[in-house]
Design a protein around this ligand. Structure first.
Ligand code: SF4
Ligand code: SF4
Length: 179
């Protein structure tokens, strides 16, 4: 298989520094609004700060891959004496919770590293976080060339899981007749 160079973008999270201001959620939802910056709704953010004020817990988590089914087994973490809920560290948009779903359509949300930004600019949540919780890094890796599953395919997959294939096909057919 042919090798290609791939840019790997990461955001390191120093959760101990997070004060729960939720600026990252606000800017992410505004940046991805359509038109851009036309609305703010943290429920649409692709980063969510898992919050438990009584126990002094603020845990920023980025939306990752869509999962069509919930996990059979769960993990519980205790770190520095703080107990985290079973799904706290999970990045998936999955049927067992409301996190990382577009509130109106229920479609899964996924962090795209603010791909619309010009080359060299740091993602919006990193720029806005004044507490240095989020640290952006880039590196190059050589990887096997493989077919990329497009976001639209992931979105369609979740619609089929939710409404069934026939309903999705009927809706697409009806929409194409309107054009
Ligand atoms: S902007 Fe930074 S400090 Fe504020 S909630 Fe997000 S990660 Fe935490
Ligand atoms: S990197 Fe961009 S898309 Fe991802 S959570 Fe931060 S602001 Fe949202």
């Amino acid at each position: 298989m042919a090798k290609i160079k791939k840019k790997v973008k990461t955001i390191k999270i120093d959760a101990d520094k997070c004060n729960g201001c939720r600026g990252c959620e606000i800017i992410c939802s505004a940046f991805h609004a359509n038109p851009q910056y036309s609305s703010i709704n943290p429920a649409r953010s692709r980063i969510q700060v898992i919050t438990d004020r009584l126990n002094n817990k603020w845990l920023p988590v980025f939306a990752g891959e869509y999962a069509p089914a919930e996990c059979m087994g769960r993990d519980k973490y205790i770190i520095d004496g703080k107990e985290y809920e079973e799904c706290d560290f999970c990045r998936a948009s999955c049927p067992s919770r409301d996190l990382f779903k577009e509130p109106d359509s229920g479609l899964p949300l996924k962090c795209d590293m603010c791909e619309e930004l010009p080359e060299g600019e740091k993602p919006m949540c990193v720029q806005i976080c004044l507490s240095d919780v989020l640290v952006y890094e880039e590196r190059e890796e050589e990887v096997d060339e493989e077919a990329k599953v497009e976001d639209v395919e992931i979105g369609l997959g979740s619609m089929v899981t939710k409404y069934g294939l026939q309903k999705v096909l009927d809706t697409v057919a009806r929409m194409s007749q309107k054009d």
